[in-house]
Design a protein. Structure first.
Length: 245
C-alpha cells in the first residue's frame, strides 16, 4: 500500500519546511508532495530545498480543494494524507499514527484533531471537528467525492459530508502537541478576519447548497469490508479515537 503526504501550500514559505521534514521522516510514507497554490512568497524555493519532497506548482491560486486535487493527481499512491503546511509541533510519529488505521484495514478515512498544542486551536476543533485539515483517505474514496476542486476552503466539509453519506469507516487520531497559527496571526487582524469569513462562507455553501449522493454499491461494499476488518482486528468498527504523541 503506497502512501503519499500532500501539503497544499499558499504563502507558507516561513512554516512549510518543518512540516515537510516531519512527513518525509515517517517510515510509512513513500513520497511527500508539496502543491504551491500560486504563492507569491518563497514557498516553492523552500519546498525544493527539503530532501525527498516533490514540488507541484500551480500558476494561479485555485483554493485548497483545487490544490488537493492537483496533489492527488501528481501521485499514484493508494493512501493520501493531507496535512496543513503551517502545522507546529508535527512529528513523524503523528504521521505514522494518521495512516495506521488505514494500513490495518479498520478505517478508510482518518481525521487528525489537535490536542495539547494551544488552547485556542484545541477549542476550535472541539467546536468544529468536521473542518480539520489533517486527513488520511483512500484514493478510491477521495476520487469519488464530487467537485472537490471547486469547493475551495469548504473542502473539509465536502469530504466529511460525502464520507458520512456514503458510510465511509472513519477513525479519529488525537495529534498531541500539534497546533497551527490562527489566520489573524498570519495575516493581521483585518485580512485574517476576511480570510476566515471567506472560509466559513465556502463551508456554508457546501452545507446548504451541495447535495450529497446516495451511497453507491461500491461505497457500501468498501464500508462492509472495512467494518469486517475492524471486527476481525478487535477494534469494533469505525469512528474509533486514538492518540498519538
Amino acid at each position: 500500500m503506497k502512501i503519499a503526504v500532500i501539503l497544499p501550500a499558499y504563502n507558507e514559505g516561513a512554516r512549510l519546511a518543518d512540516v515537510a521534514r516531519a512527513a518525509a521522516a515517517a517510515s510509512a510514507v513513500d513520497e511527500v508532495v508539496v502543491v504551491d497554490d500560486g504563492s507569491t512568497d518563497d514557498t516553492s524555493a523552500v519546498a525544493g530545498g527539503v530532501a525527498g519532497v516533490r514540488l507541484v506548482t500551480l500558476a494561479a491560486n485555485c483554493g485548497k480543494g483545487g490544490a488537493m486535487v492537483a496533489g492527488a493527481g501528481a501521485t499514484d499512491a493508494d493512501v493520501l494524507l493531507f496535512l496543513d503546511a503551517d502545522l507546529i509541533g508535527l512529528r513523524a510519529e503523528h504521521v505514522e499514527a494518521m495512516v495506521r488505521p488505514i494500513r490495518e484495514g479498520s478505517a478508510d478515512m482518518v481525521v487528525g484533531k489537535f490536542s495539547g498544542g494551544r488552547k485556542l486551536t484545541d477549542w476550535s476543533q472541539r467546536i468544529a471537528p468536521n473542518i480539520s485539515g489533517q486527513r488520511a483517505i483512500l484514493r478510491s474514496v477521495f476520487t469519488d467525492i464530487p467537485d472537490v476542486a471547486g469547493s475551495r476552503y469548504g473542502v473539509e466539509m465536502a469530504i466529511t459530508r460525502y464520507c458520512h453519506a456514503c458510510r465511509v469507516p472513519t477513525a479519529t487520531v488525537m495529534l498531541r502537541g500539534v497546533t497551527h497559527p490562527m489566520k489573524e496571526e498570519k495575516l493581521g487582524l483585518l485580512r485574517g478576519w476576511l480570510a476566515r469569513w471567506r472560509m466559513y462562507r465556502e463551508i456554508l455553501r457546501i452545507v446548504l447548497f451541495t447535495r450529497m449522493p446516495a451511497p453507491s454499491p461500491q461505497a457500501l461494499a468498501r464500508s462492509l469490508r472495512s467494518r469486517a476488518a475492524a471486527l476481525k482486528n478487535g477494534r469494533g468498527g469505525s469512528d474509533a479515537d486514538r492518540s498519538s504523541g
